[in-house]
Each structure stands twice: as structure tokens, then as C-alpha cells.
Design a protein around this ligand. Structure first.
Ligand code: C5P
Length: 412
């Protein structure tokens, strides 16, 4: 099954010597199945864990490992490979290879190719938990990040040593998703901006979760990743708009050309959003705002000693969409979201009225691939006079659908 973003892409897959090298075979197979051309480079140690025969059979290309072919003396050019690659992925990346990459120790074909690579580089570290936590590994990863290398954090779980902790290489399926995301973003950035149809328009967007403090070290929050709101912000900016993004705590980079305001709690979000929402042409309420917050935030850490049961009194948070919706002026258009587990349409219609919105984007947790944390979403766009159901799409594509629907509502 070819992938639109991976088909025909040249990927150098570097494999280091670690138990997780067995997962590289699955990763290679997934990449090739999606239409990528993959050249495997193995470090000498990697061949102790998985054979080059397996990898060359799966990639359809001889594996490169040494600088020269032993009997013919043919030279393998790391420079050519570095130039050929649209992307270099090193999975698993061992502590030793990460250290060599950080310091430029070019003593094998893999590190030498890394030093020659002009395009993006992604590493998926895998090692024992103590090696991963060691300050030298942390420092090397920070150094690589500062060079622009993308690090796929290892997951926690049982390791080859039978110790449990952080160090397992991310699963091949997830690594493929991350690689697809990379190429999707490249294609979005390089796509000609034919349509700057929001030139001169002002957009305000709330996104992400809110955190409501219980005490200095604890909070009430939710699983919202902010991805949907950020994708909408990026698409509006690409189409020429002046975008203000009011974001709760998320770990996402700011989309190009977007003005971002970081907040933590619902009250802070309302305060930061009021001005931009009043001045905007289009207001998008994509944040997953906590409905309640602790009535009192303890000034010092709450101790458990001598306390067998605990109640936290909660008070209602302001409804940002409803507050701004009540102040909506003629010519402004406001869009809200509804994440429902059942009776979605009724709830979405009720929100249109109650919050004075023009459009509600409904997603149902019952649909797999939709909702919090995922890179995809399946939405139904509800307005006063229409209901349009869309299939499962990437959040970037959903952002385009939402903005196209706004354009149509405007023209109606
Ligand atoms: O009422 P409910 O939380 O289901 O409504 C969801 C919509 O309202 C979303 O657009 C969300 O961003 C917005 N909302 C808000 N402030 C709240 C609660 C929800 O802006 N306190």
C-alpha cells in the first residue's frame, strides 16, 4: 500500500548494534511497502544482531557497511549516499553511535554518511535505561538536537536486560508515522501557495489542554495534544492570515508565521483570548478547557501523612467559547469543537445555540483514529443549516476541510 508521502522517497536506514536491530527489519519492510527506496547501512556491530542478507532481501539493495568491498576494492561513497538521501533514519541508534555523531568521529560508514547527509536526520535511540539516563547520553542527544537532528524518544518498558525503564526503541509502526509526518510537512511547506484567500484576515485560535493547579506540584489536566488547533493555525497562516494562537501546555513547535501566546489554566486562557477574539474576523475554539478547577490552590505541597481520605473542592471554570460568543460582533464567525461519546449531533447543535457559534466540528471518541493525541481525525461539520460528514483524515487535511467549510459558510 503506497503512501502519498513516502512513495519514491530515498531513505538511508542506519542500523546500529543493539537487540532492537531485529525491529529494523519490520521498519524496513513497512517503508518499502509504502513505496520508499531504502538503502541500509549497518555498523559492524549491527551485523552481530541481524544479518545483512535479511536486510538486503527486504530492501532489494546490497547493504553497505564497509568503506570498500573486500575483494574488488570498490569504494562506497558516503558522500553520494548522503546526497542521494531525502532522509536519514538511524534505528536503533546506540549510545556509542550517538556519541560519535555528536563528536564527528567518522570511523565507520554510518557515521561518515551522517556527516555527509544534507537532508533531515531522525534517530530512534535504544539502550539500557541507565545508559539512556547517563548524563553523557543526555548531553549527546542535546548536542544532536542542536544540530537539527530529530530524536524519537524511546518508550518505557521491559528492556533486553529485563530491567524496566526508558530505553526501548519506539515501535516500527510509530517510526513510520513520524517519517510520514516529516515528509507531509515538507510537502506542505513546499506546496505553492496558490490560495492566499485569508490575506489580511485576523484569526484567533485556542488550542491544547488547560492545567488547573492543585498545589505547586500537582494539577488537573487532560490528554489533549493541541495537534488539531495547531494544524488549523498552520493552515490559516499558509493561506495568508494573521494568526494568534492561544495555547495550553503542549509539546508542539509553533507553526511558521503564527503568533503564539502560552497559557496554563482556563482563567489564564480566557484572559489571553479575550482581546484577540474581540479583534479577529474568525475565532476558533479548539482548546480542551477543564470544566472545573480546585477552589483553592494550596501554597505548599499537600502532604499525605495522617490523611486517609481527601476531597478537592472544585469550582466551575469560565466557558471561553460561550463568553466570547456572547460578545460576538456582526461580521465575526466563530467555530467550536465538540468531542462526544454519544448523541453527538444533538450536542453539537445545542452548542451552536448555547455558545453563539456559527459552526461546530464534532468528533466522536467512538471513531477509532479520532480525538485526543492521534494524528488523524474523523469529523462532522455542523452549522445551523447543514451537516457534513468527512472520512478519517490527517489533522492537516481536516484543518483544510474546516477552513474550506468556513469559506463556504462565508459565501453563503
Ligand atoms: O461544552 P463543551 O466543553 O463540550 O464545548 C466544547 C467547545 O467549547 C470547544 O470548542 C471548547 O474549546 C469550548 N470550551 C471553552 N471553554 C470551556 C469549555 C469549552 O472554550 N470552559
Amino acid at each position: 500500500m503506497d503512501s502519498k508521502f513516502l512513495k519514491g522517497k530515498h531513505i538511508v536506514l542506519g542500523i546500529c548494534g543493539g537487540i532492537a536491530a531485529y525491529k529494523s527489519a519490520a521498519l524496513l519492510r513497512l517503508l518499502v511497502k509504502r513505496g520508499a527506496e531504502v538503502q541500509v547501512i549497518m555498523t559492524p556491530a549491527a551485523k552481530e544482531f541481524i544479518t545483512p542478507v535479511t536486510m538486503s532481501a527486504l530492501s532489494g539493495k546490497p547493504v553497505v557497511s564497509e568503506f570498500f568491498t573486500a575483494n574488488s576494492g570498490e569504494w562506497h561513497s558516503h558522500v553520494d549516499l548522503g546526497l542521494w538521501a531525502d532522509l536519514m533514519v538511524i534505528a536503533p541508534a546506540t549510545a556509542s553511535t550517538l556519541a560519535k555523531m555528536a563528536c564527528g568521529v567518522a570511523d565507520n560508514m554510518l557515521v561518515t554518511t551522517y556527516l555527509s547527509a544534507r537532508e533531515h536526520v531522525i534517530v530512534a535511540p535504544a539502550m539500557d535505561l541507565d545508559m539512556f539516563a547517563h548524563p553523557s547520553t543526555r548531553r549527546n542527544l542535546d548536542t544532536l538536537r542542536s544540530y537539527g537532528v530529530q530524536v524519537i524518544e524511546p518508550a518505557s518498558g521491559e528492556l533486553a536486560s529485563h530491567l524496566v525503564g526508558k530505553g526501548r526503541m519506539e515501535e516500527p509502526e510509530r517510526i513510520v508515522e513520524i517519517i510520514e509526518d516529516y515528509f507531509r510537512n515538507v510537502s506542505l511547506k513546499s506546496a505553492p501557495v496558490q490560495n492566499r484567500d485569508f490575506n489580511g484576515k485576523k484569526i484567533a485560535i485556542t488550542a491544547g489542554p488547560t492545567y488547573e493547579n492543585i498545589d505547586p506540584v500537582r494539577f488537573i489536566g487532560n490528554y489533549s495534544s493541541g495537534k488539531m488547533g495547531f494544524a488549523i493555525a498552520a493552515e490559516f497562516a499558509r493561506r495568508g492570515a494573521e494568526v494568534t494562537l492561544i495555547s495550553g501546555p503542549v509539546s508542539l513547535p509553533t507553526p511558521e508565521g503564527v503568533n503564539r501566546i502560552d497559557v496554563r489554566s482556563a482563567c489564564e486562557m480566557l484572559k489571553a483570548a479575550e482581546g484577540p477574539m474581540e479583534r479577529c474576523d474568525y475565532g476558533i475554539f479548539a482548546a480542551a478547557v477543564a470544566d472545573y478547577r480546585p477552589a483553592n490552590e494550596a501554597e505548599t505541597k499537600i502532604k499525605r501523612e495522617g490523611v486517609s481520605e481527601m476531597q478537592i473542592n472544585l469550582v466551575r471554570n469560565p466557558d471561553i467559547a460561550a463568553t466570547c460568543g456572547a460578545r460576538k460582533k456582526a461580521g465575526q464567525l466563530f467555530v467550536g469543537f465538540a468531542l462526544e461519546t454519544d448523541k453527538g449531533l444533538d450536542a453539537a447543535r445545542a452548542k451552536l445555540q448555547r455558545k453563539n457559534l456559527d459552526m461546530v466540528v464534532l468528533n466522536t471518541l467512538a471513531d477509532s483514529g479520532a480525538g485526543f493525541g492521534t494524528d488523524t481525525n474523523k469529523v462532522t461539520i455542523v452549522t445551523e443549516n447543514s451537516i457534513i460528514e468527512f472520512p478519517l483524515k490527517s489533522k492537516q487535511e481536516v484543518a483544510t476541510d474546516i477552513i474550506d467549510s468556513i469559506t463556504q459558510l462565508n459565501d453563503a
